[in-house]
Design a protein around this ligand. Structure first.
Ligand code: NAP
Ligand code: G4F
Length: 324
């Protein structure tokens, strides 16, 4: 039985990856932070099948202990301060968790189980002010937020430990991926949740930031499969994972309102509060390498993804529930 450790198991991706690894017969451990209120909502349905270890990416000793206790075959480092706007309010914390945290977990692996296979959750935010279209594994980085800068550090330290210590370390450069389990502050979920509330008479307007920004949005369930595939190869490598399609925030909003038979123009208000000090205007990725080497392709279209999220938000609200 293979053993896997997931950092960030309570997050969107961690919950989907835990499901996949359980299906594949792994013994799955997840690292969780101590909190005054338990935060296992996304993994509640599989909680009994998981092993939890307490730890934090800012705390070296907890990472050392987690690796020594579990002796994992595979580590998926999904934990991060992952919300871009927060990275301007808390730039030092973001650097510590999202950047240096990667070195800490790699150090724990190097010291205690150097044949562990390692996955780093890198991001299309590293491309920022894009240097070419579409973006590939060879495109230069130009991050536009403290979060993007921290992810560039995490990416290169992963490459460095692969080259310095021969650790099987892969960096997945994932473009935006969403699901009904997406946090409420990210734009897709903010839109689908608010549209569902408007439809049910629980909200009157949708306050938005930059409607012109464009993203390459896919379904999280497809993207975590790519993470697993990367660690099943003979050689470690880096891969871009994307749909190859781009849509504006305006299109996202229009599709979500269309799903419930309402007109976006009647409800959307722009609010400067949601504008960013620097913006990533256009992301569009090429997954040719992943397609060729991993046999990976996305399976859910943008329209289906938004429809899935709107329907799930309506269903939850009808049960007086909110998934955070
Ligand atoms: P998410 O839902 O925000 O989950 C983040 C996870 O990190 C949560 O489990 C959180 O724990 C944990 N965490 C935060 N700070 C931590 C710390 N100091 N120590 C230990 N754990 C900590 O993020 P996601 O969307 O699943 O994304 C997963 C990873 O992929 C992240 O690294 C993100 O930056 C990266 N990524 C995401 C996307 C995307 O579009 N989703 C694209 C590219 C890359 P709590 O539950 O306790 O807060
Ligand atoms: O959904 P977002 O907050 O995601 P963003 O900044 O692209 O970051 C996400 O994807 C990255 C991959 O590229 C991950 F690495 C990262 O961890 C995270 O998961 O914003 C998307 C776009 C931005 O251009 C933003 O300016 O939507 C625009 N936007 C417009 N109005 C808004 C809003 N974003 C949010 N969150 N809220 C708004 O009201």
């Amino acid at each position: 039985m293979k053993k896997a450790l997931i950092t960030g198991i309570t997050g969107q991706d961690g919950s989907y990856l835990a499901e996949l690894l359980l299906e594949k017969g792994y013994k799955v451990s997840g690292m969780v932070r101590r909190s005054s209120v338990e935060n296992y909502e996304r993994v509640e349905h599989i909680r009994e099948k998981l092993n939890f270890v307490q730890g934090d990416l800012t705390d070296q000793s907890s990472l050392d202990e987690a690796i020594k206790e579990i002796m994992p075959d595979e580590v998926y480092n999904l934990a991060a301060q992952s919300f871009v706007p927060t990275s301007w309010n808390q730039p030092v914390l973001t650097a510590d968790v999202t950047g240096l945290g990667v070195t800490r977990i790699l150090e724990a692996i190097r010291k205690h189980k150097s044949d562990t296979k390692f996955y780093q959750a890198s991001s299309s935010e590293m491309f920022g002010k894009v240097q070419e279209i579409p973006q590939t594994e060879k495109t230069s980085f130009y991050p536009r937020s403290p979060y993007g800068v921290a992810k560039v550090y995490g990416h290169w330290i992963t490459v460095n430990y692969r080259e310095s210590y021969n650790i099987f370390a892969c960096s997945g450069i994932l473009f935006n991926h969403e699901s009904p389990r997406r946090g409420l502050e990210f734009v897709t979920r903010k839109v689908t949740h608010t549209v569902a509330k408007i439809k049910l008479g629980l909200a009157k307007e949708l306050r938005m930031g930059n409607m012109e920004a464009k993203r390459d949005w896919g379904f999280a369930g497809d993207y975590i499969y790519a993470m697993w595939l990367m660690l099943q190869q003979d050689q470690p490598d880096d891969y871009v994972i994307a749909t190859g399609e781009t849509h504006s925030v305006q299109q996202l909003v229009n599709i979500a309102f269309d799903c419930v038979g309402l007109n976006a123009k009647d409800y959307v208000v722009t609010d400067p509060k949601f504008l960013r000090p620097a913006e990533v205007d256009l992301l569009i990725g090429s997954s040719e390498k992943a397609k060729k080497k991993l046999g990976w392709t996305p399976s859910v279209s943008f329209e289906k993804l938004i429809e899935m999220m709107v329907k799930e938000d309506i269903s939850l609200l009808n049960q007086n529930k909110v998934r955070h």
